[in-house]
Ligand binder design. Sequence first.
Ligand SMILES: [Zn+2]
Ligand SMILES: [Zn+2]
Length: 120
Amino acid sequence: MKRIVIALAVALCLGIAGVVPAGAGAFRVGEAIYVCGCGAKCPCDEVALKGGKCTCGKDLVKAKVTGVGKGKVVVMVEGKERTFKTVGKYACACEGCNCKTVSQAAGKCVCGKEMKEAKR
Ligand SMILES: [Zn+2]
Ligand SMILES: [Zn+2]
């Protein structure tokens, strides 16, 4: 039993440290990204590599990536840690655009174009 607990704790520590295989997740630890600043209540859950307007109409706020996981990114935003999904229902569809905008709500990308529904 004790061994399982230790193994879990180690796994958790590794997860927090952001030790993930190369290629997992679109963002890197220590990178500055932009996220929706409305808090957990906001359904848009938007993340982007560039600053701009969120689908909910507010400005995205700057955040620092503190951890990445499968399909999610942990960021420090306004002194609090929050987890955002990196697999959105909607994503930036512009070619050559490097904004990496992902949102759970339909709307415009930070680059001003309409986002497309992501393929599953
Ligand atoms: Zn929002
Ligand atoms: Zn874009």
